[in-house]
Design a protein around this ligand. Structure first.
Ligand code: BTN
Length: 242
C-alpha cells in the first residue's frame, strides 16, 4: 500500500494541496495524504475556487511517479476513475466522467480533481493529487455550473472517514496498477459522459465546437470539429455540452 500509508488530519487549512506541496518540497515520501474538514481557499482547475464548506471531503495525496511532464495529462485523466468507483460504491449511483476529470452523478458535478506538479528537466519530481468530493454539503453552498452533493442526491449522510478510506482504497489500487505500467483507458471510456457528444471547448476567447471522438494515448480529447478539422484538446480547455 502506498496511497494512505500516512494520513494527516487537519481541521481547517487554506488548501490541502498547498499543505501537501509544502510537505513534498521538504521531502515527504509518496503516499502521504492531507485531509481537512474545511478549506478557506480551496482551489479548482483553471484558477477557479473550490467551495469547501464543512461536510465535504477535501484531500491531497503526495505522489512521486517516475514519469515525464508529458505523461501528466493521462495520469490526471485516469485518476478520476478510482474516485468515480468510490462514489459509486458509496451511493449505489452511476458515476460518470466529464473530460478531463470531473465526476458527475445524474449530470451534476459531485467531485473534482486538481493535479499540480513540480518538475526538473522534464521529469516529474512530485505531484499533488487533490480531490474534493461533495459528500454532505448543500449544493446551494457550492459554486460552479451544476454542482451536486452525494447527500442531496441520495437523502443519506456519508461518514467522512469511511468515505475517505473508500476513496484511498481505490486510489491506491489505481496507483499500483499505474506504477506497473497499466495505461488502460477502457474503464475511463466506459464511464465517459463526454465521448460521442457534441461539445464546445473554450480557452480564453478561442472556441471550438464538434463531436468528441476519443481520448488519445496522452489523455488528450480528440474532436471532429464542425469545420471538418480534427482538434486535439489538452486540459486547458473548458467544455460545454450542447
Ligand atoms: C476542479 O474540479 O476544479 C478541481 C477541484 C479540486 C478540489 C480539491 S479539494 C482538495 C484539494 N485542495 C484544493 O485546494 N483543491 C483540491
Amino acid at each position: 500500500m502506498i496511497v494512505g500509508r500516512k494520513v494527516l488530519l487537519k481541521e481547517e487549512v487554506a488548501s490541502t494541496n498547498d499543505v501537501a506541496k509544502s510537505l513534498a518540497l521538504e521531502g515527504e515520501e509518496e503516499g502521504t495524504v492531507v485531509v481537512a474538514k474545511t478549506q478557506l481557499a480551496g482551489r479548482g482547475r483553471m484558477g477557479r475556487s473550490w467551495s469547501s464548506p464543512m461536510g465535504g471531503l477535501y484531500l491531497s495525496v503526495v505522489l512521486r511517479p517516475d514519469v515525464s511532464v508529458g505523461d501528466m495529462l493521462l495520469l490526471t485523466v485516469l485518476s478520476s476513475v478510482p474516485v468515480a468507483q468510490a462514489i459509486e460504491e458509496l451511493t449505489g449511483l452511476e458515476a460518470k466522467l466529464k473530460w478531463p476529470n470531473d465526476i458527475e452523478v445524474d449530470g451534476k458535478k459531485v467531485a473534482g480533481i486538481l493535479v499540480e506538479s513540480a518538475s526538473k528537466s522534464g521529469n516529474v519530481e512530485f505531484l499533488i493529487l487533490g480531490i474534493g468530493i461533495n459528500l454532505n454539503t448543500d449544493p446551494l453552498e457550492l459554486e460552479g455550473r451544476n454542482p451536486g452533493s452525494l447527500s442531496s442526491m441520495t437523502k443519506r449522510s456519508y461518514d467522512p472517514d469511511a468515505s475517505m478510506h473508500r476513496a484511498l482504497y481505490h486510489l491506491d489500487a489505481f496507483y499500483e496498477r499505474y506504477r506497473q505500467g497499466d495505461r488502460d483507458t477502457a474503464e475511463y471510456v466506459r464511464r465517459s459522459h463526454t465521448l460521442g457528444r457534441h461539445i464546445t471547448a473554450s480557452v480564453g476567447d478561442q472556441r471550438v465546437s464538434g463531436q468528441a471522438m476519443y481520448i488519445d494515448l496522452q489523455g488528450a480529447l480528440v474532436i471532429k470539429g464542425d469545420d471538418g478539422l480534427t482538434y486535439r484538446l489538452d486540459s486547458v480547455y473548458t467544455l460545454r455540452y450542447e
